[in-house]
Write a protein of this length. Sequence first.
Length: 144
Amino acid sequence: MASMAMKSFRKELWFNVNARRGLVNITPDVDQCLRESGIREGLCLVNAMHITASVFINDDESGLHHDYDIWLEKLAPHEPVSAYRHNRTGEDNADAHMKRQIMGREVVVAVTEGRLDFGPWEQIFYGEFDGRRRKRVLVKIIGE
């Protein structure tokens, strides 16, 4: 049985969320990367390249997104900004670092028969916690 050569694909996706916080369904963007890669079997890594943003998998349901926003703000409220030692550096985004830590840096999705191999309702999201500027997400796909 002949083995196919392992391939690697890398692409950066750029986002600029106009609000301080927001969630963006990036599943279509990652699907497009997978099509461009030509990889049929392998793994797809998607990670936020900024320490105040996140990539995670969950349901694309507006009530859940609202609940995330409320929950994260309770866990790491933006104000008062003076409550955080990090903000003494002149920043006002200590809460965004903590929200990112909670929601995670990256996801890995199996690639099977040229498709992202999701469970029911799963979608990939970019979570922004200190927006109003361009930030990037790395998509790295390896396989055959």
